[in-house]
Design a protein around this ligand. Sequence first.
Ligand code: NAD
Ligand code: TDX
Length: 341
Amino acid sequence: MSNKKILVTGGAGFIGGNFVQYMVNKYPNYDIYNLDLLTYAGDLSKHKSIEQEKNYHFIKADITDRNEVFAIFEREKFDYVAHFAAESHVDRSITEPEIFIKTNVLGTQVLLDASKEFNIKKFVHVSTDEVYGELDFDPETFFTEETPLQPNSPYSASKASSDLLVRAYHETFNLPMNITRCSNNYGPFHFPEKLIPLTISRVLNDQKIPVYGDGKNIRDWLHVTDHCAAIDLVMHEGANGEVYNVGGHNERTNLEVVKTIINTLEKSVDLIEFVTDRLGHDKRYAIDPTKLEKLGWEPTYNFETGIAQTIQWYMDNKEWWEQILSGDYKKYFEKQYTFEK
Ligand code: NAD
Ligand code: TDX
């Protein structure tokens, strides 16, 4: 592989952070630039294992700041962009939608303009299956790349808007691009506001687990390492202008997920607390990954092996998530969850 300069936006977050580590380790001759604003969801302590590597670079910047972004693109002359930076939590988009529009829509547009201006070889837009809306509980129905976009939350509406902008820059300006739409990720460095790390950290602390509604909503879970491999493949091999769904057929109800974690840690199901449902709570997500499999991708984890690895990681890396739980997150949790804790 010849030398390449790759800009990863949001590389201090969960998936972007895993992707940065994956790429720095896999391609010593690529230069990986992590551009991140370091919001509440971003932290650089996760990169201790790579921060001394010659091919890793960090730039603190805001993707919505046009002048700053253009100056960085002009200086660095990137070959590829992998765009992860976003506001990513559905619950926060219900209480504070505005920042989702600013970061996810305007931020993407600024990056698209810069990518067009400085002739990027490919813009890989990391999107989500949530743009398709929800499925019913018929196990034979899946999201394909042809499923119409019908986002239901301010978060997914902002992601769908950014997908449409990426598509439009391809159609109008011939900007080379791919869009990936992945199912729910889990794994190391997942911020503890999301269901799986929230459950693991709270079970380890013998605290109640808030399950929305009846716990029967279904998500399709993919280990973050398999998502990183998919983006790597799409960046190198994806056909220009194409959308690729990413998922490994690991559908579970939320209750099944929570019970698996409780059982693995040998704690009691009495920790489960059913709480008021999320507004507009999507019933079910499930991905048909056939198109990506034809490109040569297959996941290395199933849910059983992936969740075991992840639980072990949270047990071995307590200092990482405890430092988050003791900070501003505490205030968020108190405001978001009103049940008797
Ligand atoms: P995350 O919230 O963990 O990380 C987001 C990162 O973006 C943080 O490091 C944050 O500091 C950075 N950021 C936010 N605003 C910024 C700005 N204005 N400028 C620069 N950086 C900024 O998110 P995640 O879960 O890692 O998700 C990454 C991407 O993958 C998102 O685009 C998300 O929509 C998509 N996605 C997530 C999942 C999932 O299950 N988590 C699934 C499919 C797709
Ligand atoms: O406390 C909780 N209790 C609960 O029952 C939380 C935080 C969640 N849930 C439920 C809601 C969902 O049905 O668990 C399921 C998963 O919730 P999240 O972890 O918040 O993920 P989700 O809303 O499905 O969205 C995730 O997957 C797609 C990511 O956060 C998005 O960024 C991604 O695009």
